[in-house]
Design a protein around this ligand. Structure first.
Ligand code: NAD
Ligand code: TYD
Length: 361
């Protein structure tokens, strides 16, 4: 069976990927994760007795650790999910983003190159380095502009997007310069089970359940293309298995929504699943001070992955959102664990001076 070294696999997308791969018995997994604030060790607890899953606590920036891991486990592929991922945090403290997303990816590429160069010709041929990136590297679209294609010029606007763009360029350079068999995927906003509640959808679900304000930045008309995380994980696996080396693929949900619509839909579902007498969750919606440099619209054209690999998203937004909300309602101990300690500090830091401008009617 294939062995995949996954980095950042305790996080949202990585953990969903690992569950999928182990459930299908597609590969054995080594999961290297630093366990930052964004991870919850409870996430992968149910795999603790799975002999095809092994967790290693560590940093992708630690080259000695990487060398030892590669030597010991001899993976056929590496999938790099590890990153600092939250735009608002990158605005308040960009340092960690440069450290992990740029320098960490660089160390991972260096260790991978040294390992790959020593493999037998057959194993070299099979080896893949797949880098998971974002549509945010392409910048912001106006309402009428066509969706991002793989050849759309990079124009990152936030420190997060700039750090991911830097890592994408390094991956590209390692393919062109050293021949390392790399693949890059640029996906849109994911949603689904196990997402840390600093991102829009889980934050709104949990605030609404707790009767707290639902803070909508600016006018709420910013648009994101929402991709169900399970669809995304399937796309990554398709790219890993079938893509030509050196390719990049955009992965999206064909599902553009304004933030206001997303929050309204969450409120409507919660009115049904968690009703309170004489109360509508939408009464908690509050417009607050905008994010600095807030990108107006992201949209992904995923026709290349459809025509090359036959992948397209299966989940529609209403059913995906319902499943997501049901997951949070059924996993309150997971929620409790991530909402303790440093999470409260973050909420004060990010929302403390975003005074409510207007409460939605
Ligand atoms: P996440 O924040 O939920 O998880 C990131 C994981 O990486 C955490 O478990 C964390 O502990 C780990 N990590 C952070 N720094 C590390 C380091 N130096 N060494 C090892 N592990 C480290 O992120 P996610 O939402 O699962 O995103 C995964 C990848 O997908 C990221 O590269 C992100 O840029 C990309 N992406 C995410 C989205 C999205 O909507 N979530 C959209 C586009 C792209
Ligand atoms: P987010 O989930 O942080 O993802 P990204 O910034 O990477 O797209 O935010 C999604 C959208 O929701 C984005 O336009 C910012 C907006 N947003 C709010 O309006 N309020 C919030 O409290 C958060 C976290 C995000």
């Amino acid at each position: 069976m294939q062995i995949i070294l996954v980095t950042g696999g305790v996080g949202f997308i990585g953990s969903n990927f690992i569950f999928k791969v182990r459930k299908k018995r597609w590969a054995n997994i080594i999961n290297l994760d630093k366990l930052t604030y964004a991870s919850n060790p409870q996430t992968l607890e149910e795999l603790q007795h799975d002999p095809g899953y092994h967790f290693v606590h560590g940093d992708i920036g630690n080259i000695e650790l990487l060398r030892n891991l590669l030597e010991q486990y001899q993976p056929n592929a590496i999938i790099n999910f590890a990153a600092e991922t939250h735009v608002d945090r990158s605005i308040l403290s960009p340092q960690d983003f440069i450290q992990t997303n740029i320098l960490g990816t660089f160390q991972l590429l260096e260790a991978s190159r040294a390992y790959w160069e020593k493999l037998s010709p057959q194993k070299r041929e099979q080896f893949r380095f797949l880098h998971v990136s974002t549509d945010e590297v392409y910048g912001s679209l106006s309402p009428a502009e066509p969706a991002f294609r793989e050849h759309t010029p990079y124009a990152p606007n936030s420190p997060y997007a700039a750090s991911k763009a830097g890592s994408d360029h390094l991956v590209r350079a390692y393919f062109h310069t050293y021949g390392l068999p790399t693949l890059t995927t640029n996906c849109s906003n994911n949603y689904g089970p196990r997402q840390f509640p600093e991102k829009l959808i889980p934050l709104m679900i949990l605030n609404a359940l707790n009767g707290k304000p639902l803070p909508i930045y600016g006018d709420g008309q910013n648009v994101r293309d929402w991709l169900y995380v399970v669809d995304h994980c399937e796309a990554i696996y398709q790219v890993l298995q079938h893509s030509r080396i050196g390719e990049t693929y955009n992965i999206g949900g064909n599902n553009e929504q304004t933030n206001l619509t997303v929050v309204e839909k969450i409120c409507t579902i919660l009115d049904e699943l968690a009703p309170k007498p004489n109360f509508r969750h939408s009464s908690l919606m509050t417009f607050v001070k905008d994010r600095p440099g807030h990108d107006r619209r992201y949209a992904i054209d995923c026709s290349k992955i459809k025509s090359d690999l036959g992948w397209e998203p299966k989940e529609n937004f209403d059913s995906g959102l319902l499943k997501t909300i049901q997951w949070y309602l059924s996993n309150l101990s997971w929620v409790e664990q991530v909402q303790s300690g440093t999470y409260q500090t973050w909420i004060k830091q990010n929302y403390g001076d975003r005074k409510a401008k207007r409460v939605a009617q």
